[in-house]
Design a protein around this ligand. Structure first.
Ligand code: HAM
Length: 402
């Protein structure tokens, strides 16, 4: 019997990024990075692996009990593939709290892992921009973080009416509902049938749910300042956000298109998380923005760019030209910063051009004996089909303008 062939499918819930996908991924993460850097955030990074105990008790029961990838290593240590970045950054900051110059603005775009049922907008591995501001107690920090979230949306080309920023305050929730179980239930409200929700509610509370809640002073103040800066927010009394560590203002950005009516990303204030490592807390506020939900958002609105490979020039040897001379031309172009792929096939010239076109390479340069002796090369713009004869210097210049 022949051995069974392996499947070419990737592991459930994770993605392969073929060049076209990687291009979009680079675009999305690139926009995120550009905007956070504009706001003065600097990049940090850490390992995917964390000790499992980092997540126990202080983050989210659902994530820790049902969604982490945890295994025991060869030294009997329990290890978790990070399901989020917040405990990691808290650990890193706590570790150097006496040396670090607060306030700190840090960002990272890690891949994180959650054992969820894969569905639209939810996968088992995603990349997540984390932007966090440490060391500021006042609402200026909450305002900055929400402005930053809105600025990223605008940089992607989104209109104000494409999305809605919902905002609430954990403190108001605690005062109003007191019981932690009620708040947890509230967090699951949108995933439940109304009658099931009310039934579960009655089991915990003798009062019926009542959403006639006024925004607290913090929510009003933050919203007012943001409004003045052109960022609209909506008070959302039932917004909870899953993690236990949030202590104050929380927010979530929602897609308003009915086809993708879901939370795109969110965050909030978590002033006590660093107590896990030390006696004294450090105020913190930040958010996590996933690549999957934003990609759906952009796709739905035609806001994703068309694919362009990083290769700028396809070098096409013509007739019996000496390959060493062709490679020399490639070197000269590369020295000038041009990304060059050399055709290595024995196809006809027309088919070589087709190959370049199929790979979306924008520019073909033909190299034959005549070109090598004159130093002037026939070139073809594969989009406009226009042809010109150019020197190496001119090729380098015109490729940069493409
Ligand atoms: P989170 O709401 O769990 O927050 O995740 C942030 C974002 O990551 C989500 O809004 C969504 O865009 C994306 N995301 C989460 N899970 C998945 C999934 N399974 N598949 C695809 N995308 C997903 C946090 O993780 C907090 N640590 C964020 C934070 C940073 N708060 C303060 N600083």
């Amino acid at each position: 019997m022949k051995p069974k062939k392996l499947s070419t499918e990737s592991y459930k819930g994770v993605r392969d990024f073929y060049p076209q996908d990687q291009f979009l991924q680079n675009y999305i993460l690139g926009v995120m990075k550009k905007v956070v850097e504009r706001f003065g955030y600097v990049e940090y990074s850490a390992s995917i692996l964390e000790s499992a105990e980092l997540y126990r008790g202080k983050t989210s029961e659902e994530i820790v009990n049902e969604q982490t990838y945890t295994f025991t290593d060869r030294g009997e240590r329990e290890v978790t593939l990070r399901p989020e970045m917040t405990p990691t950054i808290a650990r890193m900051i706590a570790g150097k709290r006496h040396e670090l110059p607060f306030p700190l603005r840090w960002f990272s775009i890690p891949n994180v892992f959650r054992y969820e049922r894969p569905q639209r907008g939810r996968l088992r591995e995603h990349w997540q921009l984390n932007a966090d501001l440490f060391g500021v107690t006042g609402i200026e920090a909450d305002v900055e973080i929400i402005s930053l979230a809105a600025a990223i949306m605008r940089e992607f080309g989104a209109n104000e009416d494409d999305f809605e920023i919902r905002i609430n305050d954990r403190e108001t929730l605690r005062e109003k509902f007191k019981d932690k179980e009620l708040i947890k239930l509230l967090d699951r409200k949108d995933k439940m049938e109304e009658k099931d929700f009310i039934e579960a509610w009655k089991k915990i509370s003798d009062k019926m749910p009542d959403w006639t809640i006024e925004p607290g002073k913090k929510v009003s103040d933050v919203s007012e300042i943001l409004e003045k800066r052109g960022v609209k927010t909506v008070f959302a009394p039932t917004l909870v956000r899953g993690f236990d560590y949030y202590t104050g203002i929380i927010f979530e950005v929602f897609d308003k298109n009915p086809k993708n009516n879901r939370s795109l990303f969110g965050g909030g204030r978590y002033d006590n998380l660093l107590e896990l490592f030390d006696e004294s807390p450090i105020p913190a506020v930040g958010f996590g923005m996933g690549d999957v939900t934003i990609r759906d958002f952009l796709e739905l609105r035609g806001l994703l760019p068309t694919y362009r490979p990083s290769t700028q020039v396809y070098l096409v040897p013509v007739a019996e030209v000496d390959m060493n001379a062709v490679l020399e031309v490639a070197s000269e172009l590369r020295k000038r910063g041009v990304n060059v792929a050399v055709d290595l096939t024995d196809k006809k010239v027309g088919d070589k051009i087709k190959l370049a076109d199929k790979n979306s390479i924008p520019f073909a340069v033909f190299v034959g004996e005549a070109e090598i002796s004159s130093g002037i090369y026939k070139c073809k713009d594969l989009k406009t089909h226009s042809e010109q004869s150019l020197s190496i210097e001119e090729i380098a210049k015109s490729v940069k303008n493409l």
